[in-house]
Design a protein around this ligand. Sequence first.
Ligand SMILES: *Cc1c(COP(=O)(O)O)cnc(C)c1O
Length: 454
Amino acid sequence: MANRKILLSENETPDKWYNIVADMPNKPLPPLHPGTKEPIGPEALAPLFPMELIKQEVSADKWIDIPDEVVNIYSLWRPTPLYRAYNFEKMLDTPAKIYYKYEGVSPSGSHKPNTAVAQAYYNKQEGVKRITTETGAGQWGSALSFACNLFDIACEVYMVKISYEQKPYRKLMMNTWGADVIASPSDQTQAGREILNQDPNSPGSLGIAISEAVEKAAMDENTKYSLGSVLNHVLMHQTIVGQEALLQMEKAGDMPDIVIAPFGGGSNFAGLTFPFLRLNFDEGKSIRCIASEPASCPKLTRGVFRYDFGDTVGMTPLLPMYTLGHNFVPAPIHAGGLRYHGAGVVVSQLLKDKLIEAQSHDQLECFDVGVKFAKAEGIIPAPEANHGIATVVQEAMKCKEEGVSKTILFNLCGHGNFDMAAYEAYFNGGLVKHEVTTEDINASLAKLNTPEIN
Ligand SMILES: *Cc1c(COP(=O)(O)O)cnc(C)c1O
């Protein structure tokens, strides 16, 4: 048997991020001011983000150097391993070859520190003393807490109150790395106090937590705000994942026909797939890249491409993206990281131009394949990652039916060791099949009065 685990040495680690905007045939449309609906320039972001990240956000340079200090910190867990899933292939009885890139070896257990460390670094360079952010399930909050601690920056995490109460371990991880974790809505901001006045028992929402974190950053010049997905610079920082995977596939003497990743806002999908899409642009390859989303929050497969707010409250710039409408309330499925109404601008434009594909999967199907994967390969996947695995199984079964062998690569973007309550619900029969109805989607979209894109 050939190698199961394909490693890179530290000195083989890529030292640049790949910016796909340089290669896109249609560049992303500009963000619009939420009030005037006129295009806004990068300076509008200055109160919230350090200048260097704003430059990256609008950059058209194909390669951006990773600072030495960031490379050095990445080496705590990078390069991450790439595995050939021999046992899973055997279990599925498929002629397909299945590989996965494993990001669960990072300190916080997912791909998110790849951007958290970079963002903390640029904030430190510009003298920022404190970073605020929001977190739902806690993956992003823990990654940013870890990163801020390394740069001696204070970190303030507004955690959706219901998760704060139901997921004490993620909160304690953040505390261990020195962050302040505040249940949102809180009495520390105007936005939080208004919500609490209306409903003292509000369970909170990601939209409310964003409002609180943004308000805190906007009010103090030494405080900035940070996002863990969706934005161009976040997606770009994640391309370290795909660049490593490309080198590892070459080492394995193989090249994927299909690259698959779960999709929330687009960062782990972009991270793995963009360096392979570059081969389509630069070398005329035709590698298929598929984003896997939940059937209960299907913005890519059933949403519309138009301008919409990034948050629920309607404070952010209007972004051109696939969306279900910013008022869309996804069912409380057990893959918190995928419950977002919209999608990153760059990924949305690529989908619009048919350069990538999307698939949706029901949560029962996802846990079913996730448990199979855990039995075959040992690692218990994050519930988000199970969506990618569902697409892998679908493609592997197609190979079997058609009697062809294809090479499939997917992103195992995090482990599920802190998500056992979701697995418990699945084992107890507490999870139901859930697909959003067309009426629900149409009702949410009907409320949009944001500009259309023709
Ligand atoms: C946050 C998260 C996601 C969803 O975010 P993307 O930006 O789409 O990657 C998916 N999986 C895991 C494990 C996460 O922590």
